[in-house]
Write a protein of this length. Structure first.
Length: 216
């Protein structure tokens, strides 16, 4: 059997829900409720994929958080290079600002790159980055982190002084559990974590986000 091209080889990836059944998934880039306002190229199903190593680490974090009364909610994990290209093309198109009031109300669209919110090559395409938040098991509601996912603003920085003490503590609750499980936080986004010992540090994959990609 002919081997797939390296960027299309999903053999080291898994469906995150198979490894961590307790997680809730709201894959924003499969929907139109994201900073672009369209379903993003490469997202064929609303499922989270990631490297097997990242899935194992997240299972550790999920177990710790469950003891404290929380479930993990995932917004995005593996992101195809095709999707990143969609982001970049949107970023250089200055007429489409449909979602500005929801996701980048305080900054110019053209600044999303230099401020670190969008990258021409994303760590998500390497397969071990995850965007997530917490759900309170007692209420079934998202924990108040002070800003929503993908708000491109300084208030989304993990240690921002513009959020309340309680909101910052909630961010640190998530961050500490993720760090103990082997992930590293990102200075611009409280929701973004990258596996420290990632298995594919120099590869950027481009197979679609779908169950078929990892079950072929």
């Amino acid at each position: 059997m002919r081997k797939p091209e390296p960027e299309l080889d999903a053999s080291g990836f898994v469906l995150l829900g198979d490894f961590v059944p307790s997680i809730v998934q709201e894959i924003r880039y499969y929907s139109t409720y994201n900073f672009i306002g369209d379903r993003i190229d490469g997202y064929e199903e609303p499922v989270a994929l990631c490297s097997r190593e990242a899935a194992r680490a997240l299972k550790v974090a999920a177990a710790e958080l469950a003891v404290q009364g929380y479930r993990i909610k995932v917004f995005d994990a593996y992101r195809p290079a095709t999707a990143v290209k969609h982001f970049v093309l949107w970023g250089i198109e200055d007429t489409d600002q449909r979602m500005k009031q929801y996701f980048y109300p305080q900054i110019d669209k053209t600044d999303t790159f230099k401020l670190g919110y969008i990258a021409a090559r994303s760590s998500h395409s390497r397969g071990s980055a995850i965007d997530l938040t917490l759900l309170d098991m007692a209420t079934g509601k998202e924990v108040d982190m002070g800003t929503p996912f993908d708000l491109f603003d300084e208030s989304s920085h993990p240690t921002s002084a513009s959020v309340t003490d309680e909101q910052r503590e909630n961010r640190m609750l998530l961050q500490h559990a993720m760090v103990r499980a082997g992930f590293e936080p990102y200075e611009c986004e409280w929701w973004h974590f990258m596996l420290g010992d990632e298995p594919y540090p120099d590869r950027y994959f481009d197979f679609p986000v779908s169950a078929a990609s990892v079950r072929a």
